[in-house]
Design a protein around this ligand. Sequence first.
Ligand SMILES: [Zn+2]
Length: 133
Amino acid sequence: MTTKQQSELDHAIERAAQHSIEVTGRGFRKSDHAVLFTTNSASEENRWHIVIVSGSRLVCDCRSRKICAHRAAVHIELTVAAAKREAFAARVARSLELDADRAAAEETAQAERDAANDRRDADRWELIDAGNW
Ligand SMILES: [Zn+2]
């Protein structure tokens, strides 16, 4: 992304925040199963704009030729969702690590119990062999 594009996106994000443009719904286009989002409109009450995810592009049905607030709102939604997925994946990874640590600790404890049992058995055999049983 160029500096100009980043700046244009920043302005679009500012406009979205300023006009409380946010994602109001999501779904799939029936004809090709493209992911789509709906946002509210700053200029018209009770109107939704449809933003379609086309590959890595966001295509809005509004007339704006720049990055519009609707696409910016969807961009924010996708960014937040990605961050949540990443945080969830990190929590899952941490849980898996804890499970592995517990399993390793249990394995070590079992090995220690087995070794202690082996030592007791060896002591008993010594007593039996010595006829002191
Ligand atoms: Zn738009």
